[in-house]
Write a protein that binds this ligand. Sequence first.
Ligand SMILES: [Fe+2]
Ligand SMILES: [Fe+2]
Length: 280
Amino acid sequence: MTVRLTTLCDNLAGSVGYVAEWGLSILVQYKDEAVLLDTGGTDSVIRNAIQNGINLNQITRIVLSHGHKDHTGGLRHLLQILDAKRQVILHPEAWASKYASRAEPVGSEMHYIGIPYSKEELEHLGAKFTLSREPVWITDEIVVTGEVPLQTSFESIDKNLFVKIEGEYQMDTVPDDQALVVKTSKGLVVILGCAHHGMINTLQHAQKITGEERVHAVVGGTHLFRAGPDQLEQTIAALEEFNVAHIGVSHCTGMPASMALMQHFKDRFFFNHVGKVMEF
Ligand SMILES: [Fe+2]
Ligand SMILES: [Fe+2]
């Protein structure tokens, strides 16, 4: 039985007819489940599903990797076209009032980047929210990781991210950051949203909660676009140690890190852009 991944939103379009936007959404099909990890920022998931011939009503549930709007802004659009209510799994802190600093010095210019809708509005449109800090097992083989512990020495949280609490900006430790994991006969297939807590931390956590050591594939946003040479080098070394067979990067990986991974992993590497369909 293979896991089928279809990328429905990414910063880049992989072929003709697809639309790109800054964000991420990947449809994960395995056995009877069709789980949508993230929803992109606007309506690109709907447009790209039409292009791909995918009926979005087959989605069994939606998982949100964290509360940033480039991963959650498409939810309202999606709920408006689905034929019935859907479970939406997320961490409670995804609802925090999230900001990004986009100017120097850090903190001088703040932009709101949190979920752009109220919980009530989305519930009215058919979302049935499951809030959890802990892993949520969808089936015996598909799990949402819950909070990812920070363990490696070389991964850290982006210092440009903030939450506003009682009018004050505080560093956002992005506790809501999580990934989706499928346990297959070949090992784990790990689908990342942004990996704000680090790709390697996420893989280690996936191993721990599933009890499966083998990591077969890792796909999605890696947040390596701010990584320096040291982090990149150590990430590559760790991926080698995991002996990952497929590495597909999207979204916040950025070109320099993508190039480094491509040069190192060669045919084990692929660009995971809109329209890409992979089976593992
Ligand atoms: Fe993010
Ligand atoms: Fe993102």
